[in-house]
Design a protein around this ligand. Sequence first.
Ligand SMILES: Nc1ncnc2c1ncn2[C@@H]1O[C@H](COP(=O)(O)OP(=O)(O)OP(=O)(O)O)[C@@H](O)[C@H]1O
Ligand SMILES: [Mg+2]
Length: 288
Amino acid sequence: MVPRMALAMTVTTDPAPPRPVTFDWDELNRLVRWVHQFAAAARGLIVVGGDKGGVGKTTVAYELAGALGAVLVDLDWTGGSATYKWGLDFERVNLARSAAGLHLMPGHAVRPYRGPSRPDLVPGHPVLENLERDDSACRAIAAGLRELARTRLVVADTHPGMNNLTRAAVRESDVVASPVPLRSGEMRALTKMLKDGLASGGPLVIVPNMIRTPLSKRKLDRLTAILEPYPNVVRDLGNPISASTVWEDRDGTSAVTLQRRAGIDTLRARLEMLRAIVDICRPLTVAA
Ligand SMILES: Nc1ncnc2c1ncn2[C@@H]1O[C@H](COP(=O)(O)OP(=O)(O)OP(=O)(O)O)[C@@H](O)[C@H]1O
Ligand SMILES: [Mg+2]
């Protein structure tokens, strides 16, 4: 019998067995090339929307804009928005350079904020909460997005749930992406969002997010039934993004698709996200 102490020694001094590293570099390189080629030619407006807080709208919008070299327009007016993720406080946002500026100064050249390993940003602003109640202001902001999307790719992140501003942006969109965790609460919320107009703009791509186990047939059937009445929904789901994905660098501002020193976990997250990005962009390719 091996004495207890000796056993403990064996465990602590032996090098850890190598963890199998299976990573598809070819696929990653292929996706990076696809995204660059697509982004060089494409123009248009991608709106990221969905009901419920915390389903991944900002994460998906941030990564989409980062990977595509698109401008990210933050249509949210709350603290958890893309503006804060980017590292900018509402206190420091220049109103004229924010999304509200698209309404307050129609036709002025938008000057996005720029930063390393982040998408170019037209930040949100607290006044959007008031503007959201004004239909003509919402239409003016959406027209500003449309105008911007004539010259470059634009990704709009939105406030949770449907509201006048999101509805106006969706109406002008070329593609709408909606991250949905596919739990029962979120499925109910999706039903409500669809009734409220989520599918009334460009083709809608559902991106299953924070997925812990393989999608069950029961869930997929339920989703199919929910989407059935809406012709503008892309029937193939976007690539599911798993719940264990690591998104953030040390200060949380770099997009995982842009981080320079990427370890294996970041690369896995990048691969998952790029697969989802390709699925979201596909309808736009057809339209372009
Ligand atoms: N696939 C994922 N795996 C792990 N964490 C995730 C995943 N997607 C998003 N998250 C995390 O979940 C949190 C909420 O995500 P995010 O802010 O993108 O949601 P949101 O829909 O924009 O929320 P809100 O409605 O409040 O604006 C963040 O901390 C984000 O890092
Ligand atoms: Mg958000």
